[in-house]
Design a protein around this ligand. Structure first.
Ligand code: ADP
Length: 612
């Protein structure tokens, strides 16, 4: 009972997915490349000509020849023979030319659509809510969408091909059914029964394939992770130094074996169904030939009719099978392609507002903010209340895991708060336009990323690339001198992924590049989330201090383990036990008896006493 309910639900979901995907594909084709429909029109006409030339014309030719062989005067019939021969050749030639032109055109369009979907997929993946980048279900969906849209469904052209084939087969079916009903009616039930049995086996094979595909999506993602990680240049050091290649290969091997296992089980099960189909095919052919042969022997039909019936029977069967398989094929392709639509269902950004952030000075306020990560039960931040006035420099300190980075992520709206609200200039940040809001911040995260672009592009991201400005921020971040020594200066590519001469920067140089990038953005609020961990305390102190001078009147938030950077900040917030435990100036906090800050400061004093 429960099983049949489940199956019904799955079938109705599939039905909805098919309808939605067909509508989507047709509208994408219509909007982007309507010429695809001209291609199908050409192919359809070519197909009809070809079928007429194959099924109908030979009957007339054979009947004329039989008349001549039967003793009728040749001069009366030779002209007809010639006309039929010419018609057969002409139709064949015309259909082939039309097919060739249309197929070539279709291949070009197919390539175009493949690229179109790759771009749409990448765009959506980059625009999706940040939280999904950490959600395994979303990552699986991305993988399923990638494979579903191009590989398994063939995209717009794949899906529309199936629809086109279905329409063609229906047209052929109507034509040959009429011929059969007139000349050899009993052939119809024979073909229909044969088809039903074969479709049953075919449907079983399709179901098996879809089940295996679902199982394979998860395995593929893990398998790909291990195998792509291995050759990835940026993981090279960890893999070698921690000798982890063997472990990764072993894990990939285990996943690979699982994959082979799934394919093996699938092919064994499909093989049994293939046997069923072969036997049914043989039986159907035998009965059909016997019946039509008997009609010819009994002189109920002419030899031309015999030939037309034989071809019609095979066309009827092929057409019926084509209709059933076409429906199944459309369903299968749509279910696969629907994975792409499911990915599009992931919202592109946290609920968007449309307010514009006005003015140059901004007051940030956290009001009773609590937060737990999606799919997590535990609060990472609890009842945070804090005001950061315009131009204030705030230092955020606390032990690892205290929630400092999360605090920044909430401020930047990479996540929405669970309770409470964050206000900028008295307005809930959800009400601002996302694009406008993000312009407020220049952030360097602990785990910042550099890309395999040139050094200059990594800083300016192609936006009004101003070399002088790039040089200026590099000077400020302390990387200018070293950058000049790179083989192509600012145009040197980072990493060797696309350029043999690409360079790999040291940890410190990478951090300086990331800081230069933040400075280049010239946003009113700058945030450094401990990007200086790879620097020694003195270098870090220098960077924070010069950064602080540079930031000047802008609002700045610094996260650092090393408290030397707190000294020049206006206010310090000490995060502990999921909330702000201490808040005040350096002088206030350092003198607080048994205070967390005072204790941390005393413990670290030895590191930077010389530097300060
Ligand atoms: P800090 O920056 O102070 O070291 P974080 O803000 O990075 O601390 O992390 C605070 C807590 O939130 C930690 O317990 C961490 O494990 C958890 N956490 C961080 N990121 C995520 C995430 N994406 N999903 C679930 N938990 C997370």
């Amino acid at each position: 009972m429960a099983n049949s309910k489940k199956q019904k639900k799955a079938a109705s979901e599939d039905g909805a997915a098919i309808k939605r995907t067909l509508k989507f594909m047709a509208s994408v084709a219509w909007k982007e490349r309507p010429s695809l429909f001209v291609v199908y029109g050409l192919l359809f006409v070519a197909q009809l000509i070809q079928k007429a030339q194959l099924v109908i014309l030979p009957k007339f030719l054979i009947d004329e020849l039989m008349l001549i062989l039967g003793g009728a005067p040749a001069e009366n019939h030779l002209r007809n023979v010639m006309i039929y021969v010419l018609l057969i050749c002409g139709c064949n030639l015309l259909a082939n030319v039309m097919n060739n032109v249309a197929n070539q055109w279709r291949s070009v369009l197919q390539e175009w659509f493949n690229e179109y979907f790759e771009v749409r997929l990448a765009e959506h993946a980059m625009a999706m809510d940040f939280e999904h980048t950490e959600d395994p279900a979303a990552l699986d969906q991305l993988n399923r969408a990638k494979e579903g849209i191009s590989w398994y469904s063939g995209g717009v052209v794949g899906v529309l091909n199936s629809v086109y084939e279905l329409v063609c087969n229906i047209a052929v079916l109507l034509g040959v059914s009429t011929i059969i009903l007139i000349t050899c009616p009993l052939l119809l039930p024979v073909q229909i029964i044969g088809l039903l049995v074969i479709s049953y086996f075919n449907a079983r094979n399709n179901r098996l394939e879809i089940e295996s595909y679902k199982e394979l999506a998860g395995i593929n993602r893990i398998f790909g992770y291990y195998l792509f990680q291995l050759p990835d240049f940026s993981y090279g050091k960890e893999i070698r130094l921690y000798d982890s290649a063997e472990m990764m290969i072993q894990k990939a091997d285990t996943e690979g074996k699982k994959m082979v296992g799934v394919w093996d089980t699938l092919s064994k099960k499909q093989c049994k169904n293939a046997w069923g189909m072969d036997i049914m095919n043989a039986a159907r052919d035998g009965i059909s030939y016997f019946y039509i042969g008997l009609l010819a022997l009994l002189k109920k039909i002419t030899i031309g009719d015999f030939s037309m019936c034989i071809t019609s029977a095979s066309e009827l069967y092929r057409g019926m099978l084509g209709v059933v398989q076409g429906c199944q094929d459309i369903a299968k392709r749509c279910v696969y392609a629907n994975q792409f639509l499911k990915l599009l269902d992931y919202p592109v950004a946290l609920s968007k507002g449309d307010k514009v952030v006005a003015g140059d000075t901004h007051v940030i306020e956290f009001s009773h903010v609590s937060f737990k990560y999606p799919r997590s039960e535990q609060y990472v931040l609890k009842d945070i209340n804090l005001e950061i006035t315009s131009g204030e420099h705030l230092s955020v300190v606390g032990l690892n895991g205290a929630g400092k980075t999360t605090f920044i992520k909430l401020l930047c709206r990479l996540y929405d708060v669970t309770e409470g609200e964050i206000l900028i200039d008295g307005i809930n940040i959800k009400e601002y336009s996302e694009e406008e809001y993000r312009k407020l911040f220049a952030v360097v995260f602990q785990d910042f990323q550099l890309f395999a672009f040139s050094l200059k592009e990594n800083i300016a991201f192609g936006e009004n690339e101003n070399t002088e400005e790039v040089e200026k921020v590099l000077r400020l971040s302390g990387f200018y001198e070293d950058a000049q020594k790179l083989p192509q200066g600012l145009d040197t590519m980072l990493y060797k992924s696309f350029d043999e001469k690409g360079t790999e920067l040291s940890g410190g140089q990478q951090q300086k590049t990331a800081i230069a990038r933040a400075l280049y953005k010239n946003a009113p609020i700058v945030i450094l989330d401990e990007p200086t961990a790879a620097l020694d305390p003195v270098a870090e102190y220098d960077i924070y201090r010069s950064f602080d001078t540079l930031v000047g009147g802008k609002t700045a938030i610094y996260i650092s383990h090393r408290l030397s950077s707190c000294k020049f900040c206006d206010k310090i917030a000490v995060f502990a036990e999921n909330t702000i435990k201490e808040y005040g100036t350096h002088d206030e906090l350092v003198n607080q008896k048994n205070g967390i800050y005072a204790e941390l400061f005393a413990a670290q004093a030895q590191y930077y006493v010389e530097a300060v």
